[in-house]
Design a protein around this ligand. Structure first.
Ligand SMILES: CC(C)(COP(=O)(O)OP(=O)(O)OC[C@H]1O[C@@H](n2cnc3c(N)ncnc32)[C@H](O)[C@@H]1OP(=O)(O)O)[C@@H](O)C(=O)NCCC(=O)NCCS
Length: 196
């Protein structure tokens, strides 16, 4: 977390700031989610036009089970990527990533940058695996995570219902982080970050 805030360059040469979300960002998050167009909103878990849903998800932040990185340009939130994880139980070493990028900033490499940030966070927390749960129709999101090394792990048929009420397959894309622990510096390697 010490490395934030930091600046990153998008494909078009524009600079974006990355920082960890705090409780003070909640109102801006509500505005950000309200600005998401319908075609992107289709794929979000809950109706984010309702501020209560955003407050429920992002209020009272606990970074151990939810690690949200914000991308900021011109003082506005333009993207958010979150790593969700269970604090205890049999899924404690599994992280789930969710990303949303403002329409105007899509196809500039921002999701790729943010997912990579979450990957390194998962690595530092010694998670075993990270995954993205997507509907079968989310071709762009699938392509984005595939390029980062995720692969299709499972398809659960007619498992979820989209906002139009249509039953869809749920596709689980995953990346085994444990296999990549060797990337960590020696001093991190010797410590045990796992939650017991
Ligand atoms: C999916 C999403 C996060 C991608 O964000 P992004 O910042 O545009 O992604 P990137 O620019 O990093 O794109 C990485 C790669 O993904 C693929 N991709 C991204 N958007 C795409 C699109 N609309 N059509 C086809 N491929 C696409 C491409 O392979 C792209 O690489 P390229 O631009 O070099 O060809 C964004 O479209 C979004 O917020 N969608 C709505 C919410 C959502 O579906 N979230 C995913 C849940 S995990």
């Amino acid at each position: 977390m010490d490395e934030y805030p930091k600046s990153v360059e998008l494909k078009d040469g524009s600079m974006v700031n990355l920082r960890i979300m705090t409780d003070d960002d909640l109102d801006d998050m509500i505005s950000f989610f309200q600005s998401i167009p319908d075609e992107d909103r289709l794929y979000l878990r809950s109706d984010t036009r309702n501020p209560d849903n955003v407050r429920r998800r992002f209020g009272n932040l606990n970074y151990d089970n939810m690690f949200p990185i914000l991308a900021i340009a011109e003082d506005e939130i333009i993207g958010i990527a979150t790593l969700f994880r269970a604090e205890f139980g049999w899924m404690r070493n599994l992280g789930e990533i969710r990303v949303v990028i403002a329409n105007k900033y899509q196809r500039k490499g921002l999701a790729t940058i943010l997912i990579r940030e979450l990957f390194f966070h998962a690595l530092s927390k010694k998670l075993y695996k990270i995954q993205a749960e997507l509907m079968d129709t989310q071709a762009s999101a699938m392509a984005a995570v595939e390029r980062l090394g995720f692969h299709k792990e499972a398809t659960l048929h007619k498992h979820v219902t989209d906002v139009r009420g249509v039953r869809r397959d749920l596709v689980i894309m995953s990346l085994d982080v444990e296999e990549l622990w060797y990337l960590m510096e020696d001093h991190i390697k010797t410590r045990d970050f796992r939650i017991h």
